[in-house]
Design a protein around this ligand. Structure first.
Ligand code: SAH
Ligand code: SF4
Ligand code: F3S
Length: 441
């Protein structure tokens, strides 16, 4: 019996793919084990920034060196994910320690490809990129736990000037509603109280005349599903139905990740984001009108080619103006094959580093302010894991904050009413509210 481990290096969709690969290998009779003892190691890679892609080669070097030190044979290594799609057979040329290269649309064939490898096949590369038959070929979900990811849409047609995703993940494609609902039911039966719908442009999802809002409503209606989240949305795909879903569907969590990347109109145009700052601010207003307590988060890139100090000041000012609950920010990383990488007005590394520091300091301040505003509020938290100390648990608030609560009687998957009593930068503290018992008369 062969053992395996799957390691994810990327975004939430990459984590989801890793889970499904693991389930496919288990359904094929393999046994999941820890990374150090696995016969087969699947490295599910990310290509979004240079550093992310380089992680693959340092990881492979580490695995090979560890095996050599122990005088053992190294595990079979399968490279999957976005680096696999982008670099393909080049990976086999660059290192001898890789046995299979399998793209993000072909991983349902991993069990078969591993059998071929066991039978002696060498240099296996499968980068097939059809629309979505992989989902039909994958086994039912086995995942157990209170929160689960569910990919409903894949790919991207937006071609932002800095981004590799349209090349590594292919064109935008939506999964059919029926397939999504049956997967959601499997997850709910496995204990999922919260489902996060995933897609590179999740709000572009459509099936015939059914749109994003209809899908959220259908998922929310499944027995056991108390919370629905989604990520990542593109400003250009926002519809009135999506905004309304935040007002009308009680299970829809008050949380919106709507990346803007930059606050400067000049840079937004150069990035090919296809909208300006005023358009984005108009969307934020509409969402806030529908759901005033919404937590809004974003992604930012600093040091895009041609970005001046003035452009960067616009990015700082949009962070102020929106008052984000949280945000991810990155130094621009030139990616081969994308238009922005060809530009001759690249921003020096030290300028990027300095701007990133200033931006991150501002984001942290906004995030702490957001957390502090929540103190005194009552809300429901979903218990996800144990805390550091005995009797302590960590739950998620509707606004995706970690909330610490103490009560030895609780268990994972409980939904608990708390009052938020203290806020730090990374988590809050909650005090459990005793349920009010209504008299029987
Ligand atoms: N589809 C999502 C983004 C997916 S990639 C959207 O449009 O918002 C996740 C984030 O990585 C992006 O939002 C962007 O902030 C960052 N990113 C993508 N390419 C990058 C690059 N070349 N350099 C630095 N950051 C990048
Ligand atoms: Fe990349 Fe832009 Fe597509 Fe997002 S919308 S995945 S940033 S090309
Ligand atoms: Fe990375 Fe691919 Fe996700 S490049 S961010 S793993 S879509």
């Amino acid at each position: 019996m062969r053992t395996f481990a799957v390691k994810s290096f990327g975004c939430q969709m990459n984590v989801y793919d890793a889970e499904r690969m693991g389930e496919a290998l288990q359904a094929d009779g393999m046994v999941e084990s820890d990374e150090l003892s696995a016969d087969i190691l699947v490295l599910n890679t990310c290509h979004i920034r240079e550093k992310a892609a380089e992680k693959l080669y340092s990881e492979i070097g580490r695995i090979a060196a560890r095996a050599a030190d122990a005088g053992e044979k190294r595990p079979v290594i399968a490279v999957t994910g976005c680096v696999a799609q982008a670099e393909g057979a080049e990976i086999l040329k660059r290192t001898k320690a890789v046995d299979l290269v399998v793209g993000p649309q072909a991983y349902h064939r991993l069990p078969d490809l591993l059998k071929q490898q066991e039978a002696g096949a060498r240099g296996i590369v499968d980068l097939d990129m059809p629309a979505s038959p992989k989902f039909d070929a994958l086994p039912a979900r086995r995942k157990r736990g209170p929160s689960a990811f569910l990919t409903v849409q894949e790919g991207c047609d937006k071609f932002c000037a800095f981004c590799v995703v349209p090349y590594t993940r292919g064109a935008e494609a939506s999964r059919p509603l029926d397939a999504i609902l049956s997967e959601a039911r499997e997850l709910a039966e496995g204990g999922a109280r919260e489902i996060t719908l995933l897609g590179q442009n999740v709000n572009a999802w459509a099936d015939g005349n059914r749109h994003f809002g209809d899908m959220v409503a259908a998922i929310a209606a499944i027995d056991g599903v108390s919370r629905v989240r989604y990520t990542t949305s593109h400003p250009r795909d926002v519809t009135e139905a999506m905004v309304r879903a935040h007002a009308d569907i009680p299970q829809m969590m008050p949380y919106l990740h709507l990346p803007v990347q930059s606050g400067s109109n000049r840079i937004l145009a150069a990035m090919n984001r296809k909208h300006d700052r005023a358009f984005y601010m108009g969307l934020i207003q509409r969402f806030r009108d529908a759901r005033p307590d919404l937590a809004i988060t974003s992604d930012f890139i600093v040091g895009f080619p041609g970005e001046t100090e003035e452009d960067f000041a616009d990015t700082l000012s949009i962070v102020e103006e929106v008052g984000y609950a949280q945000a991810f920010s990155f130094k621009y990383s030139p990616r081969l094959g994308t238009p922005a990488a060809e530009r001759n007005d690249q921003v020096p590394e030290e300028v990027k580093a300095e701007r990133l520091q200033r931006l991150q300091a501002l984001i942290s301040a906004k995030s702490l302010a957001f957390n502090r505003r929540m103190v005194g509020q009552r809300c429901e938290i979903l218990i996800e894991r144990r805390g550091k100390f005995a009797g302590q648990w960590i739950g998620k608030s509707p606004w995706l904050q970690s909330v610490v609560v103490t009560n030895p009687e609780l268990k994972i998957g409980d939904l608990v009413q708390v009052e938020l009593v203290f806020a730090g930068p990374n988590s809050l503290e909650g005090q459990e509210l005793t349920p009010v018992i209504e008299p029987a008369w």
